[in-house]
Design a protein around this ligand. Structure first.
Ligand code: ADP
Length: 169
């Protein structure tokens, strides 16, 4: 049983893995940023399917097929909006990574990719978020039953550097 954490730069929608994780909004009906890119690449079937999931609370995760994506599944998780750090943002963000990894494990998913959840429109400082993410993944993996290959995706080089720094801790 191993947890293999890797950093990858680019568009998460192009990755042919068991699953990619979506930084969704609570409606699960699509939005901007990585959410918009995933819905565009998956096609309209994704929105129809997600409409039947009944939304998702912050820190929770739900599964859908990947439809037109090269990935088999999408794990939709809702990150916290950054309000300065005093409103449970770190706990909520850790819960996103934890619940997504545990959901993946329950579905037999081995390879999956995460974007930098909450680090775009939701305003979470990316250096702090990257550290929370890596710590939460390492901790949650203790409860997994299958090995995992996890791609930490940075859309740009700066985010990839932050992922590398977080992995070095
Ligand atoms: P949130 O609302 O959770 O902040 P965003 O989609 O605005 O979500 O941003 C989350 C992160 O995803 C940001 O670091 C952003 O640069 C990145 N991102 C946006 N589009 C893509 C994509 N196609 N592939 C990978 N990462 C992306």
């Amino acid at each position: 049983m191993t947890l293999d954490l890797r950093v990858w730069q680019g568009d998460i929608t192009t990755l042919p893995l068991d699953a990619i994780v979506n930084a969704a909004n609570p409606s699960l009906l699509g939005g901007g940023g990585v959410d918009g890119a995933i819905h565009r690449a998956a096609g309209p079937e994704l929105k129809l399917y997600c409409a039947g999931l009944g939304g998702c609370e912050t820190g929770q995760a739900k599964l859908s097929p990947g439809f037109g994506l090269p990935s088999q599944y999408v794990i939709h998780t809702v990150g916290p909006v950054w309000h300065g750090g005093g409103q449970g943002e770190a706990e909520a963000l850790a819960s996103c990574y934890r619940q997504s990894l545990l959901l993946a494990d329950a579905e037999g998913i081995v390879s999956l990719a995460f974007p930098a959840i909450s680090c775009g429109v939701y305003g979470y400082p990316a250096d702090q978020a990257s550290k929370v993410a890596v710590a939460a993944l390492r901790q949650a993996f203790e409860e997994c039953h299958l090995s995992k290959q996890v791609w930490l995706v940075g859309f740009d080089e700066a985010q990839c550097r932050l992922w590398q720094q977080a992995l070095a801790i």
